[in-house]
Unconditional design. Structure first.
Length: 248
């Protein structure tokens, strides 16, 4: 096996999504024994302030804790970093400037994956937190690559936020009702003309699965895992079945 690099994960946003990324990395790694697996340093830092509050409500910036997390991982021996939170990519440029190793941009990787593997797509729906949508974190990238972007109506978006962040939402450990809401939100976007759906919040990646609706589900968390495995192990993976769900 080629010499393996060490992956560092800026985690805690939320912890379940971080742990899911670790599971994906292990599951995608071509290994027949413990020693074949990739070294992973995961810092599930629950002290990172809420990104939604920071962007929408002038809350405490998460950047100092993000920097602290990244520098600890770099000092511990990480060769490159992953950040399994879409909204936190609002701060990625400042965070990247604080470390000397690369932070793999999950959003850019997702749009590049779509561009390379789904050239027939023209209109893409995004299910994400409100600040991710309002800051055009996906919208600008998709537009620059020639795609039309669709986002939920204000009423449906409110339901998406409740499904993720409320006391009965995914971050609180609930899945059944939030899953129903997110499936309905995807179907809403498909009815509007979306040909594929991006799971633009890592909590969305925890509950949506293949066959939930009649369009491809593009999962940035899985794309990030697959690219990390390729980079760290030197193995080339067949990315399409690894990172998409539903109809192609």
């Amino acid at each position: 096996m080629p010499t393996k690099m060490t992956i560092g994960i800026i985690g805690g946003m939320g912890p379940q999504a971080t742990n899911r990324l670790c599971e994906m990395i292990s599951g995608m790694t071509p290994a027949t024994c413990d020693q074949d697996h990739i070294p992973v340093l995961s810092f599930n830092n629950s002290a990172i302030p809420n990104r939604v509050a920071a962007i929408l409500e002038d809350g405490t910036s998460p950047l100092p804790e993000l920097i602290r997390t990244a520098t600890i991982l770099e000092a511990a021996g990480a060769d490159f970093l992953l950040m399994p939170c879409n909204t936190a990519h609002f701060f990625i440029d400042a965070l990247q400037a604080a470390v000397s190793i690369q932070i793999v941009d999950m959003l850019q990787s997702t749009v590049q994956f779509i561009h390379s593997n789904y050239p027939q797509l023209e209109t893409i729906g995004v299910i994400a937190s409100t600040p991710t949508l309002e800051c055009q974190l996906y919208g600008d990238l998709l537009q620059r690559n020639g795609y039309k972007t669709l986002v939920p109506s204000s009423l449906v978006q409110e339901q998406v936020m409740n499904a993720i962040f409320s006391e009965s939402g995914i971050k609180a450990g609930f899945t059944d009702k939030p899953r129903e809401v997110l499936i309905a939100s995807a179907e809403h976007l498909i009815d509007m003309g979306a040909q594929a759906i991006i799971a633009g919040c890592t909590e969305v990646s925890l509950v949506l699965k293949a066959g939930d609706f009649d369009a491809p589900l593009i999962d940035p968390l899985a794309i990030l895992a697959a690219l990390a495995v390729e980079r760290a192990s030197g193995y080339a993976l067949d990315l399409i079945p690894q990172v998409t769900c539903g109809a192609s």
